[in-house]
Design a binder for this molecule. Sequence first.
Ligand code: HEC
Length: 251
Amino acid sequence: MRLHHTLKSLCVLVPLLFLFSGAAPEGKMSLEKTATPQQLVNAIRRHADTLSEEYLNDPKRFEDNLIRDKITAKGGAIEALAQALEQAKNAPAEVHALAIRSAGHQIATAETFQQAEDGLKNVIANLSAQQKTGNFQELTWGEVGDLPNQMEEINYLYQGLRRTVRRSRDPEADALDAMTVAILAFPTEANENYAFDDAEIAEWKKYSRQMHDDFLAIAKAMREEDTDKARELYKNAPRSCAACHDKFREE
Ligand code: HEC
């Protein structure tokens, strides 16, 4: 009886201890530690600016396959950033995260320039929504976006960081790119249908978390303007990509 009671109270106490210490159980990614709501908003704005200034400024560019891939990949990143914002506590009241996620999805799946442009307008409008209108579904991370598209964006951000980890005119802004890769690790981790059994699922999650931790560390070093550290971390960052691709990516 006694033992039973002790066990019971332990079951209550241990999770409570985690709750109060604010510590995530080891190995788990925590959204709160990955990004503040304001950083998420800034990263969405950064992606929206890139789209309007570089890729959606001329309808003809949508005919170019490479540009179109970049547009849809950026849409996928906006989707994930908005999902993170939806789950964040204390998100700015005027931001309509679910509407932005839906608009990001429209860009991610756009087949015409017009669809992508409309999606972008909706992203921007819902960053300062007067009223939160529309009916949007709650989704889990596994239901947000699709992995190959997210991988494209992870790759573009990774390539872009090659220069900015060394030299950045605006470290705070450029660090948002590394942070966005860490955010994209959440849908990656949830996409465990690439794995076939429990052991593989554990491995899949491990590589996703490694990508998360590595890119979050890069973001931190960049914000602190510790260029030597950022460069060193960047050199090691492809380890999670390579390990996961070796195991799970079909040739
Ligand atoms: C947890 C596993 C995992 C991690 C970590 C990972 N990838 Fe991937 N990646 C995949 C899988 C699986 C595919 C194949 C997706 C498919 O074709 O269905 C893929 C595909 C890709 C593609 C091709 C996308 C396309 O258009 O089909 C690129 C580019 C890519 N990854 C880049 C990266 C980079 C860069 C990193 C590290 C910064 C990374 N990946 C980390 C699992 C991972």
